[in-house]
Structure formats: structure tokens, C-alpha cells
Design a protein around this ligand. Structure first.
Ligand code: ASP
Length: 586
């Protein structure tokens, strides 16, 4: 038997027991005649002690030990004289009588401590060592628990977990596909699913009216921070439901997770906001509503006073930063730099200080007198001591920039506490999105999303105004999930394909199987998918999804541990009938 107990298990009540433990050497310390070893496993750390004066045979063995050696010890549990309240086994230690080195270890390239000295890339390269660290382990434990809670909750509601294939044909989530060449069908390729979208809809046609799956999805997207080319979704679909039914069901799931994993009772219904308001008031389709600071439209109020920046702008909007009137020149310059960053994209920043004494000082005093500025103060409901921040320019761009500025001010004012959770449903998304470059409409969600039935006539006359039966669940400014009611009528679906610029042949070639299935009694249906990695990271209070994935890829979509992607042998290429083109140096 390698062990009678784990390294996180023994307590005062076990004193005098003879035990066997196995684990990794975290640390060895010599203090006078005593040597202390911290023995670690997944469950915790137990202190081992050897009296180097009386146990000479053991002390020789102990002297050979290095960090991360794997050892087995036998000994007696004893009460510690100096207790350590920071660890669960801190009241006891094991006076060892036998030590068996099960395996040696090279000196690890970084310290296996909560605060490691290893940089990101190094820890990714030796991920199996990084995984030994508590913070990473805790994240994976949380991930596991969340998976269990999701399965429990959905199982109770009669959902079936059904696996769908991974070698498929292109799916329409709007990113590039990863493709896999077929050896037995030379020149043909499978695509990896961007999501199980079409399969879950086919399952509804098949009568499995409540489906879910915790499933890998693959998207070959341009690299952006905190994206993984493979990620995990909680993918769900239901038949005989409307938007309200789906939102109720999955709001229930979210509440269950908050309760079971964070001990948070969320009694109230999650607030809802329509897409148009989210954009107009927060400049984002995923507003962080842990704090207010909503935008006010100042366009008509400020135009026609001879200030060209405003007069030429399609939109002028502002926010009120509580208590920031005391900002120095330097701080305001920093904010100006912030809004001018390419990622934010504003031309400049206009401010008004509403001083404690009631006076007003602005960066546009040449154009606007106190009386006029008072008008801004009223619209933005500012109090003495507040700072108004105003941006102007093309509407969409400026709203987005103001949204970034709002988040920045939220950070500065400490309004984005990770321990506070503010869920929000965003609803009434537009069905279509016009793409200037491609000169055509794209589906905002995906091509199977149903328009709101009352908006269907506008598909012919004003497609851009058509709203979808689509909804996103946003928590703290993070989109954690989204879904829609689907089109279940083949005529409407064909019309949709047409608007999206598919010829009949193209639609048939890509989605013929779905169109056919819809001819055999497709029930009304809809669904949703949650980003599992993102949900876990949010619950863990960390920013990056990488930290909640056991073996993630780096920001360049590389697995630096197994060194992938990597070239394959010519023989493999031959088998697949693939000739490689030379890579052009850009
Ligand atoms: N398949 C969609 C997605 O991955 C979710 C859904 O519509 O259910 O975003």
C-alpha cells in the first residue's frame, strides 16, 4: 500500500496513529538537530520530521532529498509544538520511521509555490509542473464542480446529454473552420465543429426535446487576447419553447451555479436590456452593470455653438465620473491618451469639471459659457465634485469609445469588484448586420436565428431594422452565453439564406441536410450555448480563460509544451495527396 492517508487529511484526532504517506517534497528545512520536510499531494501538505541526532540512518537519506522528489514515508502522527493555522494539517506532524524514495526529480525550472517565479511561457512549457500549484489546481477543481452542478441541474429537468460528431462539415458560426484532410477520400476535408449547432437542431427534429452537451468547439479566429482555438461550451437546445421559456430555464441554471458554487442566493429576476439601449447607454452589447455611469446624448444640446468638433459630429455623448473634478492636468492628459489609443479610437477628449464650490471649468471654455455648461451638468445629473467626460464623432465608433472610457473610469473608481456579480440579459438583437466591405448582410448570430415574427414583413422592405429572437447572458461585462429561437420553417429559412447572399445551390450544398430535415416535421425550437471556460474563470475571479484550462494554448494559438502545430512527415502528406505551397514571407 503506497499510502494510508493523503497529505491533507490528518488532524489532532489522529495523534499516535501509524500512517503511510506518499507525495512530493515541497521543502526541506534543517533546524538544529531536526529536519522538517513538507510533503505535498493534491490534497494538501503534511509536515514530516526527522531527528537527525537519534535517527542517523534516516538523516542520511533525508540529506539526499531534493525538491519534487517523490517519496513514501511511514511514521507516527504527533502533535506539533508550533502549530500552523494556515494549513489544514497544521496541528500535527509525522515523526517518520521509514523513508522510501519512489522517484528522483530534476530541479524544477520554477518554484512550485502559489506565487511562482516562473514566467507565463515557462510555466506553459512545463504545464504539468504548473498544474501542481494550488491556484491552478483550485481552478480545475472549480471547473469539475461546475460541470457536475450543470449536469445535475439539467438532468433533473430531463435534459439528455448527447454527443455529436467532431469530424463534420463547416458550421456557420462566422469564424474560420479548422479542417482535417481525409485519407480515404483524397482531396476532401472534414471540418471541426465551431459548435454543434446543426446537430442540436437535428436532434430537435428527431424528438429529443431537451438536449445538452459539455462540448469542445473549434474556431480558427484571429488571435485576440483571451481566446482559445479550442474551447468548451455548455451547449443546449429545447423544443416546444419560446424565448421566455429558454431564458427562464437557463436563468435557473445560472442561479443554481451561483448558489451551489459561490453560496450566492440570487432571488430577483435578472434584469433585461434591449440591444439598442445597451449600445446607446453603455456603448456595448455586453454592458457591465455593476456600476451606472450610463451615457447621455448631448448632440442637439451642444451643436450650433461654433465648436467645429461638435458641429461636424454625428454623435456627441458624455458620462459623469463621480467625485473626479479634482483630476489634475496630468490625469486628464492620461485619459486623453487612453481614448486616442487605436483600440479605443476617439479623436480627443472634452471635459467639464464641476468643482466643489459650484464653479465650472472645461476644456471648451472658449465656446461654451457657464450657463451652457450648466445644461450639460443637468442632462448628466452631475453633482459638485463630479467630472463630465465627453466624446464626439461618428455614432457607432464614438459610442464604443465612450464605452471603453466608461469601463476605464469604472476601474479607476474601484466599481468593478470581482466579488460582485451583476447578470444581465441582453435581448432584441438585430437579425442582420451590414458589412461595408463585403457589401452584404451577415447574420448577427447565425443563419438559423428566427426573426421576431412581427418583424418578418420588414425582411423585404428594411432588413436592417428586423430584430431577432436572440438573447445573450452577460455577467459583469462578459458575454457568458447566447442563443436564439430558430427558424423551423424551410421557406423562411430559404428566404434567410437568400438575404445572406447564398444562391439556392450554395444553400443546398452547405445546409441541404437541414433543409430536408425541416420537411419532416420540425418542432418549434431554440437554444443557447454558454462559454464554459469563461464561466469558470468568472466564478474563480480571474481574467484569463487560460488559467481554467488544464492544457491551454498560448496567445499565438500554440501548445508550447507538446510543440504544436508542427510539420508532418512527407509520407503522411503523400498519403493525404497533399502538396504544400511554399510559405510566402510577408
Ligand atoms: N451555436 C451558438 C453559438 O455557438 C449558440 C446557439 O445559438 O445556441 O454561439
Amino acid at each position: 500500500m503506497y499510502r494510508t492517508h493523503t497529505c491533507g487529511e490528518l488532524r489532532l484526532s489522529d495523534v499516535n496513529k501509524t500512517v503511510t504517506l506518499s507525495g512530493w517534497v515541497q521543502r526541506v528545512r534543517n533546524l538544529g538537530g531536526m529536519t522538517f520536510i513538507d510533503l505535498r499531494d493534491r490534497y494538501g501538505i503534511t509536515q514530516l520530521v526527522v531527528n537527525t541526532e537519534t535517527q542517523s540512518d534516516l538523516s542520511a537519506a533525508v540529506r539526499e532529498l531534493g525538491r519534487e522528489y517523490v517519496i513514501q514515508v511511514e511514521g507516527t502522527v504527533a502533535e506539533r509544538s508550533s502549530k500552523n493555522s494556515k494549513i489544514s494539517t497544521g496541528e500535527i506532524e509525522i515523526v517518520i520511521t521509514k523513508l522510501n524514495v519512489l522517484n528522483k526529480s530534476e530541479v524544477p525550472p520554477f518554484t512550485i509555490e502559489d506565487e511562482s517565479d516562473g514566467g507565463d511561457e515557462l510555466r506553459m512549457k512545463y504545464r504539468y509542473l504548473d498544474l501542481r500549484r494550488n491556484p491552478v489546481r483550485r481552478n480545475l477543481e472549480l471547473r469539475h464542480k461546475m460541470g457536475i452542478e450543470i449536469r445535475n441541474y439539467l438532468n433533473h429537468l430531463n435534459f439528455l446529454e448527447i454527443e455529436t460528431p467532431v469530424l463534420i462539415k463547416s458550421t456557420p458560426e462566422g469564424a474560420r473552420d479548422f479542417v482535417v484532410p481525409s485519407r480515404v477520400h483524397p482531396g476532401q476535408f472534414y471540418a471541426l465543429p465551431q459548435s454543434p449547432q446543426v446537430f442540436k437542431q437535428l436532434l430537435m427534429v428527431a424528438g429529443y426535446d431537451r438536449y445538452f452537451q459539455i462540448v469542445k468547439c473549434f474556431r480558427d479566429e484571429d488571435l485576440r487576447a483571451d481566446r482559445q482555438p479550442e474551447f468548451t461550451q455548455i451547449d443546449c437546445e429545447m423544443a416546444f419553447v419560446n424565448q421566455e421559456d429558454i431564458m427562464t430555464t437557463f436563468e435557473g441554471l445560472a442561479k443554481h451555479l451561483f448558489k451551489s458554487l459561490r453560496g450566492l442566493e440570487m432571488k430577483n429576476e435578472f434584469p433585461r436590456m434591449c440591444y439598442a439601449d445597451a449600445m446607446a447607454k453603455y456603448g456595448s452589447d455586453k454592458p457591465d452593470i455593476r456600476f451606472g455611469m450610463a451615457f447621455e446624448d448631448l448632440t442637439t444640446l451642444v451643436q450650433g455653438k461654433g465648436f467645429k468638433v461638435f458641429d461636424d459630429a454625428e454623435y456627441v455623448g458624455g458620462i459623469c465620473a463621480t467625485g473626479c473634478a479634482g483630476y489634475t492636468r496630468k490625469e486628464l492628459d492620461k485619459l486623453t491618451e487612453f481614448v486616442k489609443r487605436p483600440q479605443v479610437g476617439a479623436q480627443g477628449l472634452i471635459y467639464v469639471k464641476y468643482n466643489e464650490d459650484g464653479s465650472l471649468k472645461s476644456s471648451v471654455d472658449k465656446f461654451f459659457d457657464e450657463g451652457q455648461l450648466k445644461g450639460w451638468v443637468e442632462v448628466l445629473d452631475a453633482k459638485p465634485g463630479d467630472l463630465l467626460l465627453v466624446l464626439a464623432g461618428p455614432r457607432k465608433k464614438t459610442l464604443t469609445a465612450l464605452g471603453e472610457l466608461r469601463l476605464e473610469m469604472g476601474n479607476r473608481l474601484g466599481l468593478r469588484n470581482k466579488e460582485v456579480f451583476a447578470p444581465l440579459w441582453v435581448v432584441d438583437f438585430p437579425l442582420l448586420e451590414w458589412d461595408e466591405e463585403a457589401n452584404r448582410f451577415f447574420a448577427m448570430h447565425h443563419p438559423f436565428t428566427s426573426p421576431k415574427l412581427e418583424d418578418v414583413p420588414m425582411l423585404e422592405t428594411d432588413p436592417a431594422q428586423v430584430r431577432a429572437d436572440a438573447y445573450d447572458l452577460v455577467i459583469n461585462g462578459v458575454e457568458v452565453g447566447g442563443g436564439s429561437i430558430r427558424i423551423h420553417n424551410d421557406m423562411l429559412q430559404n428566404k434567410m439564406f437568400k438575404i445572406l447572399g447564398f444562391t439556392e445551390q450554395e444553400a443546398q450544398a452547405q445546409f441541404g441536410f437541414l433543409m430536408n430535415a425541416f420537411k419532416y416535421g420540425a418542432p418549434p425550437h431554440g437554444g443557447v450555448a454558454f462559454g464554459f471556460d469563461r464561466l469558470v474563470s468568472l466564478f474563480a475571479g480571474i481574467d484569463s480563460i487560460r488559467d481554467v484550462i488544464a492544457f491551454p494554448k498560448n496567445n499565438a494559438a500554440r501548445d508550447v509544451m507538446i510543440d504544436s502545430p508542427s510539420p508532418i512527415h512527407d509520407a503522411q502528406l503523400d498519403e493525404l495527396y497533399i502538396d504544400l505551397k511554399p510559405v510566402s514571407k510577408k
